[in-house]
Design a protein around this ligand. Structure first.
Ligand code: ADP
Ligand code: MG
Length: 735
């Protein structure tokens, strides 16, 4: 069990446009982690003194808030614990500043992203896969900030994934810079607007989410059950929109509507916090998470298994003292909540890391040999595409399931309709049972056949309808014993529910506000399909026929759309196959890239042997005949041999991927080579056997040197080789 960490942060006083002088500050006093309100004379005001985990004054930077208050949550997330950090407070109190920060004082989100990657780097014994998503809740609708056309997304829950937003785009990322770019892209699509107290007021709640999957690098011992365990943790970084008083923000029109939604969802959050802090963990009753999208999404973080840290931001001005008190009351309630944090280890295939493991390992192995950044990028792209196609598949499967359910419903109502003529149509001269008081509804079994008198059935037990001789008896229809479903406590329409009064109650810290008092969903009414005995048999049959036809048509449409969905699914699967083919093509290419140096090395070694051969022949000839041409031949062959040797060594080391060549540096080798060429040229000139002058050769050497400096060892050796062969050919051809 672990308590939620709560801190309070004061923002510096802000000069307000049109207000001269600026609003005076209230007399808040900070003493270590305590905060209290004092009167202008300095006496403490009773009931306005609170203690938190941290209280940050207006000189504090985002970095110190992060280091002292939220770092633990982020580091735990890398270890497999779910984590949530959110900023709460009235509008313009500094929530967005705390979470997003500025260019010279980056906020919690940026610092957390950097920290996650830093921690991953330090955790060398595990491999990680990180995906991120970014959503906003605007007017109680969930929008995808990474894919703006994804709007009005729905929240689902299942055993494998817990609570999740279906259809939300996730991106696999491998560097903090990539994440920051994505966040900036998402920010552009967030709803912000101008109000009297904040020129860039956040009009929506945003949730930036990182899903961190990891698994051990070392193969586990045989039979170890944790062999396949993958840790999957979710880190939510939330920037809430602020509660606002319509009178202060001066909101109207669209802003007013937004403000109502914002207040409403914050009130739902307040209610959840109140309920959680009221009850002990063991006797937690119903917690109204479903009252808003925000609380539903944050459910695992509030009273669940996440490490949670809340930063309550407050404004220091006297004019905001009521709001500040409200925020502090919220904070002190939140401080009482305990969560049951635990590492999330899963053994099923739900972990993406596990599913992609095989392909990735294979590609990584191939990549190790080559230095191709392009291939790395290609793999990241492929991974993202695989994730996307999985999400598409999931969406299609969900649609298919929905379609199947609605078809089942239609089928069953169709069957009911088919049965109805027997139930509903009154026999001539007979009253419909449903038109009568329940007390005189008789079941077939209740009819006393021995004396032909009907007996009253008081037990109200449901019975099988009797289809025997019904001319003398009244057949009881089915009893509707089951109570009608309760009305949903969640209002569908959030307009007109969060007004000024409600805001006051919210911010003055009233413990529980019953949403049902604010909005009443009308009762569901149940209608009988037939018109209660007044309809003639014929018209009723016609009516049912029409209905049957309509249902048949609906069924056909449903079947068509099902076929279409199945087709889509098939397409998706073939796309997956194509992707897999591309992956294997890449693997093949990587294999070829690795083989090239080996092949070149073989060729060079062969050439070296040829040169050595020529050189030894030339040596024999030199000693025997002392022919000057043979001398040149011998010395050029020597050069060739040494060049090929150096080239072969370079290549061998490259194939083994052992880094730099430990022998002579390129420049030194060049120096030796150019000296040798000079000697050969001088000898040639002295003997008068070649036209090429020594100066020309030296000029060539200079060019060669420049090229070598530009292109490095391998290129230089190749050029040197060409030059050497040229010189060799010049010398060898007798004049
Ligand atoms: P909120 O998100 O709570 O509505 P903002 O974060 O937008 O409020 O802050 C309102 C204004 O106050 C912004 O101009 C912001 O730069 C400034 N501000 C807030 N907190 C601080 C702080 N700690 N230091 C400096 N400026 C701040
Ligand atoms: Mg904001």
């Amino acid at each position: 069990m672990e308590k939620i960490c709560v801190a309070v942060r004061f923002r510096p006083p802000l000069p307000q446009e049109g207000l001269n002088p600026s609003p005076s500050p209230a007399n808040w006093r900070i003493d270590d982690n305590r905060i209290s309100l004092h009167s202008p004379l300095g006496t403490p005001i009773s009931g306005v003194s609170f203690a938190f985990d941290h209280v940050f004054d207006d000189t504090c930077t985002n970095l110190s808030v992060y280091e002292r208050h939220t770092k633990d949550v982020i580091q735990a997330a890398v270890k497999g614990f779910n984590g949530t950090v959110f900023a709460y407070g009235q509008t313009s109190s500094g929530k967005t500043f705390t979470m997003k920060g500025s260019s010279n004082d980056p906020g919690v989100i940026h610092l957390a992203v950097q920290d996650v990657f830093r921690n991953i780097k330090l955790t060398t014994d595990r491999e990680f896969l990180i995906r991120v998503s970014y959503m906003e809740i605007y007017n109680e609708e969930i929008n995808d900030l990474f894919r703006p056309e994804n709007r009005k997304l729905q929240i689902h829950e299942n055993l494998e994934r817990g609570i999740f937003v279906a259809g939300l785009r996730e991106e696999i990322v491998n560097s903090p810079e990539q994440v920051i770019d994505l966040i900036e892209y998402g920010e552009v699509h967030r709803h912000v607007g101008q109000t009297n107290i904040n020129s860039r007021s956040s009009r929506s709640h945003t949730i930036f989410r990182m899903v961190i999957e990891s698994r051990g690098q070392e193969p586990a011992a045989f039979g170890d059950r944790t062999e396949d365990a993958v840790r999957v943790s979710v880190l939510n970084l939330v920037d809430l929109a602020g509660s606002e008083r319509i009178a202060k923000t001066g909101a109207g029109g669209v802003r007013l509507k937004e403000g109502k939604y914002i207040n409403k969802s914050l009130m739902a959050l307040g209610n959840v916090i109140n309920k959680l802090s009221d009850n002990g963990v063991r006797q937690r009753g119903h917690i109204p998470y479903r009252d808003s999208k925000l609380t539903r999404i944050l459910q695992p973080a509030l009273g669940g298994n996440a490490k949670t840290s809340i930063i309550c931001t407050v404004a220091p001005e006297e004019v905001h003292v009521d709001e500040t008190r409200g925020t502090l009351q919220f904070a002190s309630r939140a401080k009482r909540i305990t969560n049951c944090v635990q590492v999330n280890e899963i053994l099923t295939d739900a972990a993406l890391l596990k599913r992609q493991k095989m392909e990735i390992e294979e590609l990584r192995r191939k990549l190790k040999g080559s230095h191709s950044g392009v291939l790395e990028l290609e793999i990241l792209k492929l991974r993202n595409e695989m994730l996307k196609s999985e999400q598409e598949r999931e969406k299609l499967a969900m649609e298919l399931e929905k379609e199947r359910k609605s078809r089942e419903q239609r089928d069953s109502s169709f069957e009911e309709q088919q049965l109805k003529p027997f139930d509903d149509i009154p026999q001539p001269g007979q009253e419909r049972c449903s038109d009568m008081a329940p007390e005189i509804c008789l079941s077939a079994e209740a009819y006393d056949r021995s004396n032909g008198t009907p007996s009253i059935d008081n037990s109200r037990t449901p019975r099988t309808p009797y289809h025997g001789d019904v001319s003398k008896v009244l057949v009881a229809k089915r009893f509707h014993e089951a109570a009608l479903p309760e009305c949903s406590p969640v209002p569908d329409d959030f307009a007109n529910v969060a007004d000024e009064d409600m805001w006051m109650r919210l911010n003055k810290g009233h413990s529980t506000i019953d949403l049902d008092l604010l909005h009443f969903t009308p009762d569901v009414k149940h209608f009988s399909i037939s018109s209660r005995g007044a309809i003639q048999v014929q018209s009723s049959i016609e009516h049912h026929k029409d209905e049957m036809n309509a249902l048949r048509l609906q069924l056909e449409t449903a079947l068509n759309s099902k076929t279409e969905l199945e087709k889509n699914l098939e397409n998706q699967l073939s796309l997956n196959e194509q992707l897999m083919l591309e992956v294997s093509k890449l693997q093949h290419e990587a294999l070829l890239v690795r083989e090239y140096p080996q092949k070149i090395w073989d060729a060079v070694a062969e050439l070296k042997d040829i040169y050595t051969n020529i050189s030894s022949h030339a040596e024999v000839l030199t000693s025997e005949q002392k022919h000057s041409n043979v001398k040149f031949l011998s010395s050029t062959c020597d050069m060739g041999v040494s060049l090929f040797e150096a080239l072969a060594n370079h290549l061998l080391l490259m194939t083994k991927n052992e880094g730099a060549y430990p022998g002579l540096s390129i420049q030194e080798e060049f120096k030796i080579l150019s000296e040798k060429i000079s000697q050969v040229a001088a000898l040639a000139k002295a003997s008068n056997i070649v036209d090429t002058s020594k100066e020309d050769l030296l000029q060539n050497c200079k060019i060669l040197r420049t090229w070598s400096l530009h292109f490095g060892g391998c290129f230089w050796l190749a050029f040197a080789l060409i030059m050497c062969i040229t010189v060799f050919m010049c010398l060898w051809v007798p004049r």
